[in-house]
Design a protein around this ligand. Structure first.
Ligand code: SAH
Length: 232
C-alpha cells in the first residue's frame, strides 16, 4: 500500500515536470525552419547537423529555455554562444565534407564544434580561457563527442601539429587575418573569419587558398566578441 502511494506521488511528480519542460526537439525544428532555412541556408548536411545538436545542452542552465531563440546568449567570462543562424552560415561557407579536417578558433560553449563534428570526423578547437576550455572538454565527454580535440591556447597561432586543415572557422573577431592560420590552411581549403575592430562593424570573410593564391570575399557585416591575444 505504502509503496503504491509513494510511486503514484513520484509518478505525478515526473509527469508534472515533463509537462513544464519545454519540448526542445520542437523548438529546434522551428529554429531550423524559421531562422535558418528561411534565411537561405540550403546545405542538407548543415541543416541536419543543426537539427541534431542539442543546443540547450551548451548554454547555462538559466538560459536553457532561450537556447533556440534567434540571438546569441551569454556563456560566462564575458563570452557568448553565437546566434544559431550565424553558426549555420559559417558552417555552410566553410563547405566541409566528410573526412575533412577542421580547426575552430574560439571553442566557447563547444556548440559550433559539435555542429562540425556531426559533419566530419576530425575537429580541433582552441579556447584561450582555461575555465571554458575545461568545461567544454567535460561537455564533449558527457555528450559523447569523441572526435573533437580541445586545446587551451591562443588560437592566433593555430594548431601546427595537426595542420594543414581543410577548413578553419574563427568565432571571434580578429583585427587582421592571422598569418599562421593562412599557412595552416590546406590547398583548396576555406577559412571563415570575422574581421574588424571590437566596437566597429566587422566583416564576415571567406578566405580561399587555391593554386597557392589567396582569395578573399566579404559576406556580411557581423558582431563578434574580440579575438584576444595571449599576454607574453
Ligand atoms: N564558437 C563558440 C562561440 C564562442 S565566442 C560557441 O559555439 O559557443 C568566442 C570564443 O573565442 C570565446 O570563448 C573566447 O574566449 C574565445 N577566444 C577569444 N580569443 C581567442 C584566442 N586568441 N584564441 C582562442 N580562443 C579565443
Amino acid at each position: 500500500m505504502k509503496v503504491i502511494w509513494i510511486l503514484s506521488i513520484a509518478g505525478i511528480g515526473t509527469n508534472t515536470l515533463l509537462f513544464f519542460q519545454p519540448k526542445f526537439e520542437i523548438l529546434r525544428e522551428k529554429m531550423v525552419k524559421y531562422q535558418i532555412e528561411a534565411r537561405g541556408i540550403k546545405s542538407e548536411t548543415v541543416l541536419s547537423a543543426m537539427r541534431k545538436v542539442p543546443r540547450h545542452e551548451f548554454v547555462p542552465e538559466k538560459y536553457r529555455r532561450e537556447a533556440y531563440n534567434d540571438y546569441p546568449l551569454p556563456i560566462g567570462h564575458g563570452q557568448t554562444i553565437s546566434q544559431p543562424y550565424i553558426v549555420a552560415l559559417m558552417t555552410e561557407l566553410a563547405d566541409i565534407t566528410k573526412g575533412e579536417k577542421v580547426l575552430e578558433i574560439g571553442a566557447g560553449s563547444g556548440y559550433q564544434a559539435a555542429i562540425l563534428a556531426e559533419i566530419t570526423d576530425s575537429v580541433y578547437t582552441i579556447e584561450i580561457i582555461p575555465e571554458l576550455a575545461k568545461s567544454v572538454r567535460k561537455r564533449f565527454l558527457q555528450l559523447g563527442y569523441k572526435n573533437i580535440a580541445v586545446k587551451n591556447a591562443d588560437g592566433y597561432y593555430g594548431w601546427k601539429k595537426f595542420a594543414p586543415f581543410d577548413a578553419i572557422i574563427v568565432t571571434a573577431a580578429a583585427e587582421h587575418v592571422p598569418p599562421p592560420l593562412i599557412r595552416q590552411l590546406n590547398e583548396g581549403g576555406k577559412m571563415v573569419i570575422p574581421v574588424g575592430h571590437q566596437f566597429q562593424v566587422q566583416n564576415l570573410m571567406v578566405i580561399e587558398k587555391k593554386d597557392g593564391k589567396i582569395r578573399c570575399r566579404n559576406v556580411l557585416p557581423v558582431r563578434f566578441v574580440p579575438l584576444v591575444r595571449e599576454k607574453k
